[in-house]
Design a protein around this ligand. Structure first.
Ligand code: FES
Length: 568
């Protein structure tokens, strides 16, 4: 092994290299690793177990299986921890900490002596954070996901987090499910290790990681508790060890072409709106950007093929059994760039030259017989969102695609929770609910864009309304919801100018979102915005100073390709 590999890599700086090597060897041997083993190439394993992350419950088994593969290939596995982000355990929202995890991942890969790395993540923000970090560290890297949960049962019905969480909560708010039943359901929604059981953000990002070429073929959808999940972990260890002598760097794998392929898959699986933000951040790490026009072109050309919740019927376990990402890629092969490469060194064309054994057409439809002829997501633009917004048409009510309505405005998340269920709230079913100050800087961009239907309307049977905000929405949610409005209200985006009673127009046909108020009046209103009160210390101050808007993936300006100077 060369001088710059394994335990000899990146010595601690004491001004005496030989001393640094001698000291490191000595301390490494205190871990009970033999001198022979210490002479081997090293595969780091970025592990993310946490008592605050249910989705990573099976991490110890996965680390063990990766280690087995690495050892069998003649290399030394060395697991190390990084930040872990459990979606529902973080305040104000996990999105604030994705960049912290990306920085941690990048720095620990770069600073510690390893020749390749397997990163194990799963829950929503962990996979994008690990990919972002790996791209910037640019050491041979493999993404392994923890895999989706299996479904639970309630009175003969299959349940999966978290689309069914929302469905039952909606029924509870409407008075259709009583307190006793909702307490029963609470214990039946998330019953195994793994990530949310539907095509939410975690599953979407797993499909994207595989499409980009950063995960093993056919690994994205294997259920967390399936034996094949451990086999995929073992094989990831083998593949990582093989990458040491045949290095393929993440920056060779993630290119404009592979990002476009990932966008195609995002459309075909009808994936999460959050993935749009994460893919923009991933693209930004390699200096790639995808225009709104190209995004919409890809959406209009790529049909929805996968029939899973939150939009359709099935769960991730069905998707795996039906053929998984490989079956989707086969159906849209003619739309893909086939010369992208993956961690195994094969091109996508070579991967897809191998036929699929069987496809369950109830779950993964053929190109000729899609769930929907166009993709699930579109980018909107207009005077209310000069830098864009996102709309998940696949999860919306077609009858609301062309809506002009009266704005019912909530100034903040606090205002929303205080007033939305107030019986005195002046709101009708054909109004448009507007939430301000829930963007990246104002609130860390929480998944608050799925505004609840005001209780008095829900109890009358109203199931959907047009709702608009600068927030995000859970990948497991559904409804006619305009998200990620940019610029956000807190930085003076026109969203800040909307007042109760203004007319707002959504047009899916025109891909536009408009505030029907004159440009002069909007400019006048924006002169009188309240001053921001950004945090002054610690990570939150760094966040407020550096976070970019949704179209730039909410990455920090100094972390993008080339750093802040390029991005300014
Ligand atoms: Fe972790 Fe849904 S809470 S993936």
């Amino acid at each position: 092994m060369s001088k710059d590999h394994g335990i000899r890599r990146g010595l601690t700086n004491y001004g005496d290299k030989d001393f640094a090597q001698y000291l490191r060897n000595s301390f490494a041997r205190s871990m009970g690793i033999s001198k022979e083993m210490l002479g081997r190439p090293i595969v780091g394993i970025a592990m993310t177990p946490s008592g605050f992350n249910n989705c990573h419950r099976d991490m110890p088994q996965l680390v063990e299986a990766v280690s087995r593969g690495v050892l069998a290939s003649g290399a030394l596995p060395l697991p190390f921890p990084t930040v872990s982000l459990g979606e529902v355990f973080l305040n104000p929202t996990s999105m604030v900490y994705r960049n912290l995890m990306a920085m941690d991942t990048e720095e620990m890969i770069s600073a510690q002596p390893m020749d390749a790395v397997v990163m194990i993540g799963g829950c929503d923000k962990t996979v994008p954070a690990q990919i972002m970090g790996a791209l910037s560290a640019d050491l041979p890297a493999i993404q392994l996901v923890t895999g989706p949960m299996s479904t639970g049962r309630h009175r003969g019905e299959r349940l999966g987090a978290c689309t069914d969480c929302r469905r039952f909560w909606g029924k509870h708010r409407a008075g259709e499910v009583d307190a006793e039943e909702i307490a029963l359901v609470e214990g039946r929604l998330a019953t195994t290790a793994g990530t949310c059981a539907v095509m939410g953000t975690a599953s979407t990002m797993a499909c994207i990681a595989e499409t980009l070429g950063l995960s093993l073929p056919d690994s994205a959808a294997i259920p967390a508790v399936h034996a094949d999940r451990l086999v995929a972990a073992e094989r990831s260890g083998v593949a990582a060890a093989a990458m040491i002598s045949r290095p393929i760097r993440p920056s060779e794998i993630v290119t404009k072409k592979s990002i476009e392929n990932a966008l195609r898959v995002l459309m075909a699986v009808s994936g999460s709106t959050n993935a749009v933000v994460h893919l923009a951040a991933i693209a930004g790490r390699v200096g790639v950007s995808i225009s709104r026009e190209r995004f919409n072109q890809i959406s209009d050309e790529t049909p929805v093929l996968v029939d899973l919740k939150p939009v359709g019927e099935g769960y991730m376990e069905d998707f795996h059994a039906a053929g998984g990402v490989g079956a989707v890629l086969q159906e849209i092969k003619h739309l893909l760039h086939l010369d992208t490469v993956d961690i195994l060194g094969q091109t996508l064309g070579e991967r897809l030259a191998q036929p699929i054994e069987w496809v369950d057409r109830r779950v993964i439809r053929s190109f000729a017989d899609p769930v929907s002829p166009v993709g699930g997501l579109i980018a909107l633009q207009g005077n209310l969102a000069p830098d864009g917004a996102i709309f998940k048409r696949a999860a919306a009510t077609p009858g609301l695609f062309e809506t002009e309505g009266r704005a019912v405005v909530f100034e903040s998340l606090e205002d929303l929770s205080k007033r939305v269920d107030d019986p005195a709230l002046d709101v009708e079913a054909n109004d448009i609910l507007v939430l301000k100050n829930a963007g990246p800087i104002a609130a860390g961009m929480p998944e608050a864009g799925y505004l609840p239907i005001p209780k008095k309307l829900a109890q009358k049977g109203v199931k959907d309304m047009v709702r608009i905000s600068d927030a995000r929405m859970s990948g497991t949610a559904f409804g006619s919801i305009v998200l990620h409005i940019a610029p956000e209200a807190a930085v003076g985006g026109p969203l800040a100018a909307v007042r109760n009673g203004d007319r707002v127009r959504l047009s899916v046909a025109n891909k536009s979102i408009e505030l029907l108020v004159s440009a002069e009046e909007i400019a006048e209103r924006l002169k009188h915005l309240p001053a921001r009160n950004d945090p002054k210390r610690g990570y939150r101050a760094l966040y407020a100073r550096s976070v970019m808007q949704a179209p730039d993936g909410c990455d920090f300006d100094f972390l993008i390709h080339g750093g802040a100077a390029d991005g300014a």
